[in-house]
Design a protein around this ligand. Structure first.
Ligand code: SAM
Length: 221
C-alpha cells in the first residue's frame, strides 16, 4: 500500500538524516505512555520546523498547540542562548506532560507553556509582548485557524515566518461542500490569507508516516 511506502521512505530519511543527538523519540514515548493522542508532528517534520527557525535566525517563537511538547522541543532547540519560545495549550494535563518533557530536554529556561484557550491567552500575550515574534507555528484546533491568523499577523515582527500545519486534511480542503468544521476553518483561513497584504504564502502537500497532509508557509512583510 502507498501509505506503507510513505512510512518506509520516512524511515530511510530518518536513518540517514537524524543523528542520535537529534533523536527526541523519548518524548514521543513519554507522550504515548501518558496516553496523549498521537498527533505530534513526525520527526522529519519536527526537524523541518527546527531548520526553518534556524534559517530565519528566530529569537522569539510562538507555538499554538503544544500537546506533549514534541514540536516545542524541536523549535526551542533552534533558539540561540537568549531566545524564548511561548507555546499555548488548552488542556492542563497535556501542558503538564509538555512541561515535564521540556525540563527533561533541559529547555525550561527557553520554552514556556501557557495554559488556557489560545483565544484567551493570545490577547494577553499581545498585551505583554506586542509584535516580537519572528517565527509562529499554528498547530491547534483547525476551527480557530482564522482567529489564529489574525493574532499571528498582530504578534509577528516584520520578516516573521508563519507555518500552519494540517491544511490539506487528506484532500478535503478542496471539498467546498465539506461540513467538517476543521476543513471549513482551514478554508476560511485560506480566504483571509489571500486578503492579507502583509503575508506572502505558499502551501506544500506532504506524505509520510503521518499520512497525506500539508502545511502553509508564510512570510510577514
Ligand atoms: N504541536 C504539537 C506537536 O507537534 O507535538 C501537536 C499539537 S496537537 C496537533 C493540537 C493541540 O492543540 C492539542 O494538544 C490540543 O489540546 C490543543 N488545542 C486545541 N484547541 C486549543 C485551543 N483553543 N487553545 C489552545 N490549545 C488548543
Amino acid at each position: 500500500r502507498l501509505e506503507n511506502k510513505w512510512s518506509d521512505v520516512d524511515t530511510v530519511f530518518l536513518n540517514s538524516l537524524l543523528p542520535a543527538e537529534e533523536d527526541h523519540n523519548y518524548v514521543l514515548k513519554v507522550n504515548r505512555e501518558a496516553e496523549l493522542p498521537q498527533i505530534d508532528v513526525s520527526p522529519l517534520q519536527g526537524k523541518l520546523l527546527h531548520l526553518l527557525a534556524k534559517i530565519r535566525g528566530a529569537k522569539r517563537i510562538l507555538e499554538i498547540g503544544t500537546l506533549g511538547g514534541y514540536s516545542t522541543i524541536w523549535l526551542a532547540k533552534a533558539l540561540p542562548a537568549a531566545g524564548k519560545l511561548y507555546t499555548l495549550e488548552a488542556n492542563p494535563y497535556f501542558a503538564e506532560v509538555a512541561r515535564s518533557n521540556i525540563a527533561t530536554a533541559g529547555l525550561e529556561n527557553k520554552a514556556e507553556v501557557v495554559v488556557g484557550n489560545a483565544i484567551d491567552t493570545l490577547p494577553e500575550l499581545y498585551n505583554e509582548l506586542k509584535n516580537v515574534f519572528d517565527f509562529i507555528f499554528l498547530d491547534a484546533d483547525k476551527q480557530s485557524y482564522p482567529d489564529y491568523l489574525k493574532w499571528a499577523t498582530k504578534l509577528a515582527a516584520p520578516g516573521a515566518v508563519i507555518v500552519a500545519d494540517n491544511v490539506v486534511r487528506e484532500g478535503e480542503v478542496a471539498n467546498v461542500q465539506s461540513t467538517d468544521e476543521r476543513v471549513q476553518g482551514v478554508q476560511q483561513f485560506l480566504k483571509l490569507l489571500s486578503e492579507e497584504p502583509r503575508i506572502e504564502a505558499t502551501a506544500v502537500q506532504t506524505v509520510g508516516s503521518k499520512g497525506y497532509d500539508g502545511f502553509i508557509l508564510g512570510y510577514v512583510k
